[in-house]
Design a protein around this ligand. Structure first.
Ligand SMILES: C[S@@+](CC[C@H](N)C(=O)[O-])C[C@H]1O[C@@H](n2cnc3c(N)ncnc32)[C@H](O)[C@@H]1O
Length: 300
């Protein structure tokens, strides 16, 4: 991939010519955002160049930060500290940028959960290098982190966490009473697999099966359905949910941003609708995945 110089041959930190945009301005960086950190994360090269992929990544994460920032502020003002867990952290771009911009000046922790040991080791090194004492990295699956982390977590994020890792992140958020959940789901194959398995019998009596009869449609419909079920599940557990498109992700189909914030009561109607959908689509086997608080008639 061709590298694009930000400021001619000069380094990212050289002073811009009079009237010229600084490197930070050209990159659309936030005030105070560290160029050194971006270099250490390999978003910028050592001499301040950036390629198209990195530019996109930077734009994506910076855009996502705008959604997370008000949530951090809310938790900070109500509790005085914030604990955020980032599931499927990968290279922890999100965690590091969040820490750099916000957590350096507030009391709190950013905990990255990631299964790949080399990524965890690198993130630990980076956090030590930058003196980010409130960052921790767990070399665990989302599921396994459930019992290791404290019972109360304020914010849970999962950015392109693979397949069912997003669902595990939701289950984690629910069991840790998270106030806010921010998800950009990746492809999920489980629901499509269940749709496929039930296709033959469903074809007999449900014309809507046409929505997922062909393999490509099974995958696409399965993916959309998964996110719909996730939203209903969060609502059923008392979250207010918004779904938007994440600008900057134009190149990807995986650009749905789900932000859920704990509201007042559990929404029984969402639980009912979720279970009715599973029933009508022949997906009752997926009830453990999309579990809801028990309805009264189920408790009785
Ligand atoms: C597509 S990458 C996204 C990384 C990062 N969130 C980002 O957006 O740059 C997904 C990451 O999730 C990790 N992962 C997949 N399944 C996981 C699981 N069950 N528990 C923890 N991490 C998982 C993968 O190893 C990978 O690093």
């Amino acid at each position: 991939m061709k590298k694009h110089e930000i400021s001619g041959k000069k380094s990212a930190q050289s002073a811009p010519k009079k009237g010229a945009l600084s490197t930070a301005e050209q990159l659309g960086l936030r005030e105070g955002q560290s160029l050194e950190l971006l270099k250490a994360l390999h978003i910028l090269t050592r001499d301040g160049a950036i390629n198209q992929d990195s530019r996109r990544k930077l734009k994506q994460v910076n855009h996502l930060l705008q959604f997370i920032e008000p949530l951090l502020a809310k938790v900070q003002s109500s509790k005085g500290s914030v604990t955020l867990v980032d599931h499927g952290a990968g290279k922890s771009y999100l965690g590091f940028m969040l820490y750099d911009l916000f957590f350096k000046s507030i009391t709190g922790k950013v905990i990255g959960v990631e299964v790949r040991d080399e990524l965890v080791a690198r993130s630990r090194e980076l956090a030590a290098q930058f003196g980010f004492k409130g960052m921790e990295f767990l070399n665990l699956s989302v599921d396994a982190s459930n019992t290791v982390l404290p019972k109360e977590i304020d914010i849970v994020t999962a950015l392109h966490a693979c397949d069912t890792a997003t669902d595990d992140a939701i289950a984690f958020a629910l069991s840790h009473n998270a106030q806010h959940v921010v998800l950009v789901p990746c492809c999920q194959a489980e629901v499509a697999g269940a749709l496929k398995a039930g296709k033959a019998s469903a074809l007999q009596n449900n014309p809507l099966v046409e929505l997922w009869r062909r393999p490509l449609h099974t995958r696409e419909f399965g993916s959309q359905l998964t996110n719909v079920l996730r939203c209903l599940q969060l609502e059923a557990h008392g979250y207010e949910v918004t779904v938007t498109e994440l600008v900057g992700w134009e190149h990807s189909m995986k650009n749905e941003l789900i932000v859920a914030s704990k509201g007042a009561a559990h929404a029984k109607s969402s639980a009912k609708r979720l279970n009715a959908m599973l029933d009508q689509l022949g997906l009752n086997a997926m009830r453990p995945r999309f579990f809801t608080p028990l309805l009264e008639k189920e408790v009785a």
